[in-house]
Unconditional design. Sequence first.
Length: 301
Amino acid sequence: MGVGAGGPSQIGRRTGLDESASVDLLRRAFDAGVNIVDSSEAYGTESIIGRALRERDRSQIIVSTKKSTRHKVVTPATLTASLDASLEALGTDYIDIYNLHGVVPQDYRRLVDDIYPTLEAARTAGKIRFLGVTEMYNEDLDHAMSRLALADDLWDVMMVGFNVLNQTARDAVLAAAQRQDVGVQVMFAVRRALSSVDHLREFVAALIKTGEIDADDLNPDDPLDFIDDTMAPTMPDVAYRFCRGEPGVHVVLSGTGNADHLEANLQSFSRPPLPADIEQRLRHIFRGVSSTSGQDVTPVG
């Protein structure tokens, strides 16, 4: 389990917590055993992470952050300035994983040609330990950028969209990442369609119409009715454990905005793997879904 410091909550900054409370929330996660946190220059949470690190053993925490690339003109100079600003905000002299953030396929080659040498130089200088790249998953549902990145075999770590509702990354990314020993951080493990039975019902109904889900494979009125409370108390619990058990996945990012939600997430990651029959049924039901990440209740296009 990794703490994602972006998303709708941004460690509580968007849900009403002041900065000190957000720092305390992140320290709770560290003290519970979470040892990786992911941020970005775009999230405004790097300084919160920096404060949380001051009273913990920095060497035991993996810090991942990102340089924005979507709709940005990124040059060696702007990347270097952004990296230095992130180091200052984080209060550290090195970043464990520094990622190019939200790279779309049409920008990928230019960024490699223009920017990758600067990343390598920063690693040689000790500012970065590992080089990463992250998808713009909502715009790149077939993982085209990640497939380009794997073909180059330049990256130590990739951030990939994957969840129980859209499992396309299994064949498109994860198999090759395992062969190439690339670390994988999973984002989008829990999406809006998994937030309530009503949302999941709408999601399933729309995908039955497109032919991506077979109505005979599930109960459309209660699509996960085969999961009982003793095995998994909530749909997010199922979602996190499904991703955690996927071969090739090393970190599943989990956002949070309050202590109760953090505790629920921690409990999910401490539970045993999903039973094999449940995992296989989930794989089977959603095997054909490719048109949506699960955030939109209805498919795109």
